[in-house]
Design a protein around this ligand. Structure first.
Ligand code: ZN
Length: 586
């Protein structure tokens, strides 16, 4: 098969460029025509990005025409054999040509309802995140879920699916071989099947699934040529050793525990990707001038013992020994859980690293939000991890009869809470990185016919700049006092968390940014609103983070969490470039 190459695409006449790419965007040669003027492209990633940019900057009419150029899934055109070669192959690869009568009827019903609601056909890259194909059941479930979207959100999702379809077609056309992405996706799938529960992915600290996950990671690290140990807190530590034993250490990694019913890539991506890179370096016989320590942190999510960062705090020497007496929901202490899994809690203090030995820490993590997805970018450089303040507020009024108490004689705790929710929204809205959320709001033992005598709510306030967050907290707490005084409501307040923002190291950020630009993609910087292990490690060394786009609207801590092999590949190339560039500091 004669494949088309990027140099050829960069130098051929525009008409030949358009002809070569004719099957990539369904019946829409205008996209390649406009992209032809943007040549040459530094990489296939840059070519994909340019084609996407053409669509993103086109008119809404043109975008709708592009969507309407696509066939329905298993629709009439497919039955009549009237699809493009590309679509026929893709639909067949997912077994859409072998639907049962029930599946076929369900798809036709969904096609009809979808068409009526949105006015364009349902578009899904049926080859999926790995490029190997989704099951029919997964396709039908996605179809039904997306039918609930708003028009704008669904049109944006369809355009992203069109780009994903184009990406997969370009990979075939240009015979692109992914070096890291498919391996990382496979490994994430294997780990995702090791769970404390039968139907979903739950990997809580020191459970049997947690221990099995650690052993599996250790096996893969060994096979990648690393020296491996599992430390007393459960961190899996693999060292891809430098030639010089006394070399400094560059640390990378993320957590392998999950929330209940979590996703397959949260945390794990940041362990698996560097293992894949170590395997690659090992195969080439390439040594780095520093030890590369890949750490699978044992615990970050705080699911079992309600305290977070157990793995990374052991490495910074800040593991709180009092936590060993903490009990899980079944009354098991952390100490017993550790002993039961074969660990010696007395050895935890010895895990602490000497800051002088470290060159820095870099963490790769899925974004867990929609920013990269909406920008159409596979990766971004994290500028800082937001600081956060969390409080629990207990309001007490007077519970009295909903029918007999006049409106001006009430002391309604829930009405005060409602004012507080709006106060938080108003104070935090429209101010850069500042965000404020009331995520828990409850009327304990409330009844339909009783004025709420009590109301409990939570506050979660975050910002990149500590002074901005603390000013907002001060204003909100003062506002709560004023609201309560005016309404005759009593208040009690508990501070649960106060964590300072962790700014990322400018020089490590620049190194990541340069590595991104080496792949032909633009550098894009964004804030992390969520906490990560890097936040803890920042106490002992310089840190940086690379965020990777997640699909499905950016959803995380959920089985719908997803990313693609192609994005994992870009992240792998960037991390490899980062490691090679960082040699200058070693
Ligand atoms: Zn995470």
């Amino acid at each position: 098969m004669n494949t088309i190459t990027l140099p050829h695409l960069n130098t051929c006449p525009p008409a030949a460029f358009v002809a070569a790419l004719q099957g990539v965007y369904e019946h829409s040669p205008w996209i390649a025509e406009r992209a032809a003027a943007m040549r040459p492209f530094a990489s296939v990633a840059a070519l994909k990005q340019a084609l996407q940019a053409v669509v993103m900057t086109s008119s809404k009419e043109e975008q709708l025409t592009l969507l309407r150029a696509h066939p329905e899934l298993a629709g009439k055109a497919a039955i009549a054999g009237a699809l493009t070669v590309e679509s026929t192959g893709e639909q067949a690869a997912s077994g859409l040509d072998r639907c049962s009568l029930d599946e076929y009827a369900r798809l036709q019903e969904l096609n009809t309802r979808y068409g009526e609601k949105f006015g364009f056909p349902f578009i899904l890259a049926v080859k999926g995140p790995t490029g190997r194909g989704l099951t029919r059941a997964a396709i039908i479930a996605t179809f039904a879920r997306r039918l609930e979207n708003s028009l704008d959100a669904e049109m944006a999702e369809c355009l992203r699916q069109v780009h994903r379809i184009a990406e997969i077609r370009l990979n075939v056309l240009l015979a692109v071989e992914l070096r890291f992405g498919p391996q990382v996706m496979d490994w994430a799938e294997t780990l995702g099947a090791i769970s404390d529960s039968v139907d979903d992915l739950t990997c809580a600290y020191m459970t049997p699934a947690h221990t099995r996950t650690a052993m599996q990671l250790a096996d893969w690290m060994r096979a990648a040529g690393m020296i491996v140990h599992i430390d007393a807190v459960g961190n899996v530590v693999g060292r891809y050793a430098a030639a010089q034993p006394e070399a400094h250490v560059l640390m990378t990694g993320s957590h392998y525990d999950t929330v209940r019913n979590g996703g397959k890539y949260d945390g794990r991506l940041g362990i698996l990707l560097p293992i894949a890179l170590a395997a690659h370096l090992n195969e080439r016989g390439e040594r780095l001038p520093f030890h590369l320590d890949v750490v699978g942190f044992a615990e970050e999510e705080g699911v079992r013992f309600r305290s977070t960062f157990l793995g990374s705090s052991a490495i910074t020497g800040r593991f709180d020994a009092a936590l060993l007496e903490q009990r899980d929901g079944d009354g098991v202490t952390m100490r017993d859980a550790l002993l039961g899994a074969g660990h010696d809690p007395l050895m935890i203090p010895a895990i602490a690293r000497d800051p002088a030995s470290l060159l820095g820490f870099v963490e790769v993590h899925i974004e867990q939000g929609p920013v990269l997805l909406e920008r159409g970018l596979p990766v971004g450089v994290v500028t800082a991890i937001a600081g956060s303040s969390r409080y629990l507020v207990d309001l007490s009024g007077v519970a009295s009869h909903a029918g007999t108490t006049p409106m001006d004689m009430r002391r309604d705790a829930a009405a005060a809470a409602a004012e507080i929710v709006l106060l938080v929204e108003g104070r935090c809205g429209g101010r850069g990185s500042l965000v404020g959320t009331v995520g828990q709001l409850e009327v304990p033992s409330g009844s339909v016919n009783v004025i709420p005598g009590r109301c409990r709510l939570s506050l979660d306030i975050r910002a990149a700049v500590d002074a901005e967050r603390l000013a907002a907290v001060d204003d909100i707490l003062a506002g709560i006092t004023a609201i309560c005084a005016r309404r005759g409501i009593g208040q009690q307040l508990w501070k649960l968390v106060e964590a300072d923002a962790a700014p990322c190291s400018p020089r490590l950020m620049d190194t990541l940014g340069a590595a991104i630009e080496d792949t032909g993609l633009p550098r894009f910087d964004l804030l992390s609103g969520a906490g990560h292990d890097a936040m803890e490690i920042a106490r002992i060394t310089e840190v940086a983070m690379l965020f990777v786009r997640c699909g499905n609207g950016g959803i995380s801590h959920n089985p719908l969490e997803t990313m693609t092999a192609d994005d994992a590949e870009v992240a792998g190339e960037v991390l490899l470039g980062f490691l090679r560039r960082i040699q200058a500091y070693a």
